[in-house]
Design a protein around this ligand. Sequence first.
Ligand code: ADP
Ligand code: MG
Length: 572
Amino acid sequence: MLKKFFAYYRPYRKLFLLDFCCAVILAVLELCFPLAVSHVIDTLLPEGNLKYIIGACAILLAVYVLNTFLSFVVTYWGHMLGINIETDMRKKLFDHVQKLSFRFFDNTKTGHLISRMTNDLFEIGEVAHHGPEDMFIAVMTLVGAFGIMAFINLPLTIMTFIVVPIIILLVLYFNGKMTKAADRLFGDMADFNARVEDTVGGIRVVQAFSNEKHESKLFEGNNSRFRMAKLISYKIIGFNSSITYMLMRLVTLFVLLAGTWYVIEGDLLYGEFVAFVLMTNIFFKPIEKINAVIESYPRGIAGFRRYVELLETEPDVADSPNAKEVDRLHGDIEYRNVSFGYEGEAKVLDNISLSIKAGETVAFVGPSGAGKTTLCSLLPRFYEISGGSISVDGNDLRDLKLESLRKQIGIVQQDVFLFAGTIRDNISYGKLGASEADIMQAARRARLEEFIASQPDGLDTVVGERGVKLSGGQKQRMAIARMFLKNPPILILDEATSALDTETEQAIQQSLAELSVGRTTLVIAHRLATIKNADRIVVVTENGISEQGLHEELVATGGIYSRLHQAQFGKI
Ligand code: ADP
Ligand code: MG
């Protein structure tokens, strides 16, 4: 784990070294300060030469100026190191998460992911900066302090340092507890984010049901669990720091007593005594530092563990090593004995075979939950099939590069997802960097032109989060415009107009018909009137494909389709 962690320092070796060297010099200067004081008291003061004393003070002043500069470097550049590492990790994580499969997102809460990318990484960045540097400086200062103190008076030093192993034991004890507490804290923080995300995302439903109190209660639960987790970690921090504080004071008291005795006995000079007392303070500084690192280290490591876990989550669907690029496909689709299930052994599709010719329009009808959407979502390889094969133009999907496959397939669904941006941003999502003329042409073909013209900001009209500022029909037209720009040879229309009123549906049907010209089109439709003219109608039920043929043929056969048709139109 640590090896993986330190790999992130690589690009910043120089920065780390600079920061580190400055920190070491700072620590050394700090250690020398008591020696300088003792020199002034024991040597310069008895000589009574004011010039030397002023000279010594001038040197001290120069050292202080140097110290100020070094402090700045350590604080600013040191944190820069932490922030750089944090930024790198965040970028890497974001890029990775985007590649994960639908299956991952089906089972992951958005709030948890946000938590991973914000809180966790912030803590890791802090540890990246403070962890190794502070630990090294602390140990170095302790050793240096021991050396200097031993030089002044060995027995007194040994008696003072007895406290160090006690503190180390204490630190180890609290460290274990802190790691557990940090894990809990992170888990609770992620749950907390997920709760906020859920409530705010569904605020329209919350308010429509007047369920604000219910949401508040759920939130309260998360909030108080978060509070408990925080309290536990502060309790540990409190115990640890107050016990250390008490030990520190006891040692200072002991040094005062024993030191006085040594001075009276004549074994210690006044200046040495003062230096020793100053030294005990310096020697406790690294212990405080170690304590601070111990407080943040478990949080950073817990965060880093989750980070690595997420980063090592492989996408279920990925390019095979020798996957190939394809230029524009014709769109001959072949499902051969395809089986698929979302979870465990349960199969949604079992041994399905179906072939669709390039340019054909095939409509899928059947009861809700039969697997129509699933069948279509296997084509862009959103999920990996468990048996059989699917091929396009004779190429098994698994032999094609995902990116090049998905470029060839356009999907218009019932609920259109628009990004929080402008109309322009959302249409040009179909072809990034498309020219204004191309965007306007796509808008015209999707019959959005009038609407855009009626908006004061035109193409730059903001659509709101998920497109809340647009009507259902307008959103659907945006999706169609996007598709005209993308211009894929294969089109999937999954209940694209089911949510619309009949009038809007009819208007949009014209745009969709225009869109599907010259493309292999898979239409899932709820209202049979919209698919009457399809080249083929495929009836999907829980048992797989039950019937297929032209509208008239299926009506004449008197099977499931004719019953569905009768239910919708009352007569045949
Ligand atoms: P249709 O489009 O015909 O209404 P779907 O293909 O959406 O049906 O769903 C088929 C079955 O798969 C349903 O039983 C549904 O509950 C299940 N299902 C759909 N999507 C998922 C998913 N992401 N995870 C788990 N099960 C799913
Ligand atoms: Mg569906």
